[in-house]
Design a protein around this ligand. Structure first.
Ligand code: G1P
Length: 297
């Protein structure tokens, strides 16, 4: 079984749900407590053994590339001031040489098209897809859990979780067959998938939440994939076709997902990650603010 060494991170989306914050800052560089969302997601990928990150970017997103590169002026000034603590922190965010590639998705044609843009860099090996809007707080990390499942069953594996009541139609939804051995019954063979099913006709309430292991055969299918839901080339539609010839499993991963592409989701992620801060000061601040707050209505 081939190891999972590369991950595709589609980051080109406009971030319409978090405008105006995402107007000039790429949405995945918005902050979650002490670091940008992408920093948390790259850390999750590295912990899962990812050696090469392929970012699918849009115009105006060069700040992502810069974030993982040296900031000479800043580093020189920190060095001159003897701020080695901050210098270590800033340098801790650097890419290692050759670890990252940036590919322009020149038109917003959909998630399937974004993943297809990585085909030459991925080549003929299974790979991961990480949707960085979805910040997954888990130990071990969500991608590590999906890769563990892949090691057990091979083929293709996606992380899933229950959609909030009444919201399943907003996502890619899976239909499941028998549970695979182990994984506390959380790993199951998939029997179907549908992108944004009609409300009331969803095959289950389990949605594809943003971590995938896929076989490279997906690229040929994506190349010929017709537009689907929302007029976009959908990854899920190509996965449905791959399922005809290749195994697919869904893992209900253990952890909490925050949809950072949404104002409230981003706020929840900030609070959750702040609460985890070891010194506990955040709890006191939040308690104080809630007690002092009076609803103006
Ligand atoms: C995409 C995928 C969908 C998945 C969702 C998770 O949809 O197409 O299958 O459930 O991400 O956030 P989008 O959010 O781009 O509409």
């Amino acid at each position: 079984m081939k190891p999972i060494r590369k991950a595709v991170l589609p980051v080109a989306g406009l971030g319409t749900r978090i405008l105006p914050a995402a107007k000039t800052t790429p949405k995945n560089l918005l902050n979650v407590y002490d670091r940008p969302i992408l920093s948390h997601v790259v850390e999750e990928g590295r912990a899962a053994g990812i050696e090469h990150f392929v970012f699918i970017v849009g115009r105006g997103q060069s700040a992502i590339e810069d974030y993982f590169d040296h900031a000479f002026e800043l580093e020189t000034q920190l060095e001159a001031k003897g701020r080695t603590d901050l210098l270590t922190q800033v340098r801790g965010e650097l890419s290692t040489p050759g670890e990252m590639s940036f590919v322009r998705q020149m038109a917003p044609l959909g998630l399937g098209h974004a993943v297809w843009c990585a085909r030459d860099i991925i080549g003929d090996e299974p790979f991961a897809v990480m949707l960085p809007d979805m910040l997954m707080d888990a130990a071990p990390g969500a991608l590590s859990q999906v890769i563990d499942a892949y090691r057990a069953v091979g083929g293709n594996v996606v992380a899933v979780e229950p959609a909030p009541p009444g919201e399943a139609h907003k996502y890619g939804i899976v239909a499941l067959g028998d549970a695979a051995p182990g994984f506390d019954g959380r790993l199951a063979a998939m029997t179907g998938m549908e992108e944004k099913p009609a409300p009331g006709a969803e095959p289950s309430n389990l949605f594809i939440s943003g971590r995938y292991v896929l076989q490279p055969a997906i690229f040929a299918l994506l190349a010929a994939q017709a537009a689907g839901a929302g007029g976009e080339i959908q990854l899920t539609d190509a996965m449905v076709r791959l399922m005809a010839t290749d195994g697919f499993h869904a893992l209900r991963y253990a952890g909490t997902t925050y949809d950072c592409g949404d104002k409230l989701g981003l706020l929840r992620a900030n609070v959750a990650y702040a609460l985890k801060d070891a010194d506990g000061g955040v709890r006191a601040v939040l308690r104080e603010m809630l007690e002092a707050y009076t609803d103006p209505r």
